[in-house]
Design a protein around this ligand. Structure first.
Ligand SMILES: N[C@@H](CCC(=O)N[C@@H](CS)C(=O)NCC(=O)O)C(=O)O
Length: 242
């Protein structure tokens, strides 16, 4: 994945009235295969939404082209277009899909369960940001092995501690009780990227069971397959030296 630009362009002026929503047109999900669009892709499939996926090639810099920067001036995928509404940011897309398709049950409707689902969604967004910092540091530090090793160690501590705490704090077989919500899908995506660096089954058995169970869902399998990504496995030991 290419490094983040040092300077970000300013957002273009918008003609839309603040807060206006023009929903109804076909949904379009902009992604780069195997990256942060995996969880939104799962959510759209779970919701049985009609949507089109438009993959970009990050290595070719397609996310830095003016047409894409008009959608997301920060130049990151995923971005969801829902009619006139353009939604960058993985967590925001997940919550939007959950609210747009309530019958899918991807977000509890209210009360403590909803608050908990929001808590886990934001918590996972923070882990996601840390993960991306680590990914970008690999480019930033280039041949500087000491710096790369230091960041890698810091990230392993940070994500490992977060996964252990999650294992302890889960309110049921899923993050928020008996059914998966968007936060579970989000966590699956991030944990899947870290699967060869953390002994999920040995260290966090409840979390590993939850992630494994998610991987049995048809819409989850379909999203990984559609993006040409291997389905992560959490019940086995990876070679953690990798
Ligand atoms: N905060 C963003 C981060 C998304 C992100 O970093 N996406 C990566 C792909 S996984 C990307 O677009 N990288 C291209 C770049 O930063 O130049 C979100 O939650 O969607």
């Amino acid at each position: 994945m290419p490094p983040a630009p040092d300077r970000l362009p300013l957002p273009p002026p918008s003609d839309a009235a603040p807060g206006s929503l023009a929903l109804g047109a076909p949904l379009v999900l902009h992604i780069a295969n195997g990256t942060s669009g995996l969880a939104p892709h799962m959510a759209l499939l779970a919701a049985r939404a009609e949507f089109e996926v438009r993959p970009l090639e990050l290595m070719r810099g397609e996310h830095r082209q003016p047409t894409f920067l008009r959608l997301n001036p920060f130049g990151t995928v995923p971005v969801l277009e829902d009619g006139d509404v353009v939604i960058p940011e993985t967590g925001a897309i997940l919550l939007h899909v959950a609210e747009r398709f309530p019958a899918a049950g991807l977000l509890p409707q209210g009360g403590a369960a909803r608050a908990l689902a929001l808590r886990w969604t934001f918590h996972t967004a923070a882990l996601h940001a840390d993960f991306m910092t680590w990914r970008r540091s690999m480019f930033r530090f280039g041949e500087d092995d000491a710096a790369r090793t230091a960041v890698q160690g810091w990230m392993a501590d940070r994500l490992g501690a977060a996964f252990r705490a999650t294992d302890q704090a889960m309110a049921g077989p899923y993050l928020v009780g008996d059914a998966p919500c968007v936060a579970d899908l989000y966590l699956l995506m991030v944990a899947g990227w870290w699967r060869s660096r953390f002994a999920f089954a040995a260290e966090t058995p409840r979390l590993a069971a939850m992630l494994t169970s998610l991987c049995g869902l048809a819409y989850v399998r379909q999203a990984y397959a559609a993006q040409g990504s291997d389905l992560p496995r959490f019940a086995m030991a990876y070679d953690l030296g990798a």
